[in-house]
Design a protein around this ligand. Structure first.
Ligand code: URA
Length: 212
């Protein structure tokens, strides 16, 4: 699958350069985490590019003026545990007042289906723009399950930010939730027999936390 409708590949050179550093198996845990946060901020910059603006009356040291301010829905960042947390601090540096929803899902190793173990979201989801955060869109089962759960909890406007997407995952998510646009740094070749993205970067959670 190419980028296709509703899918934006963020080709910015800084994103692409940092992605290459992340893919490199020699990247130590500490810099892997730092790079993920940096890319999280850069991807957030792209996903918020069309947010509506209003104006506020302010006075500079020289003159009064009507100046642009964000006017749309307030943001919620919704990382899927645990790899989604890798983007969170980077995103919060740009929008420190965003609310954070945590979605705990793991992949059943046999079926690759998403199993929920934790779900905690702010109460007013229907009035917010939810940025779902899942760095590795592999089968798409976790992202689709998280999206369905967020909708059931009231979310009306959801955008997904990932780092790498497999064509299979993009197809699954877009089929289940065509109303959820996706931003990704790259679309890779395919999934292997264990559901890993190829060439990918391995297990993002393990590389973030040094658990393997
Ligand atoms: N999750 C990961 O962390 N890596 C993959 O390649 C696929 C899913």
């Amino acid at each position: 699958m190419g980028a296709g409708e509703g899918v934006t590949v963020v080709a910015h050179p800084l994103v692409q350069h940092k992605l290459t550093l992340l893919r490199d198996r020699r990247q130590p845990t500490k810099s892997f985490r730092e790079l993920l946060n940096e890319i999280g901020a850069l991807l957030l910059y792209e996903v918020t590019r069309d947010l509506p603006l209003g104006t506020a009356a302010i006075t500079t040291p020289l003159a009064p003026m009507e100046a642009p301010v964000l006017a749309g829905k307030k943001l919620v960042f919704a990382p899927i545990l645990r790899a989604g947390v890798g983007f969170l601090d980077g995103m919060l540096t740009l929008v420190p007042n965003a609310r954070v929803a945590h979605i705990g899902l793991y992949r059943d190793p046999a079926t690759l289906a998403a199993v929920e173990y934790y779900f905690k979201v702010p109460p007013d989801l229907e009035r917010r723009l939810v940025i779902l955060v899942d760095p590795m869109l592999a089968t798409g089962h976790s992202a689709a399950a998280a999206t369905a759960r967020l909708k059931a909890a009231g979310a009306k406007t959801i955008r997904l930010v990932c780092l790498l997407a497999a064509p299979e995952g993009l197809a699954h998510l877009r089929a289940e939730h065509p109303d959820v646009p996706v931003w990704t740094a790259a679309i890779d070749s395919h999934l292997d027999d264990h559901g890993y993205i190829v060439p990918g970067l391995g297990d993002a959670g393990d590389r973030m936390y040094g658990t393997k």
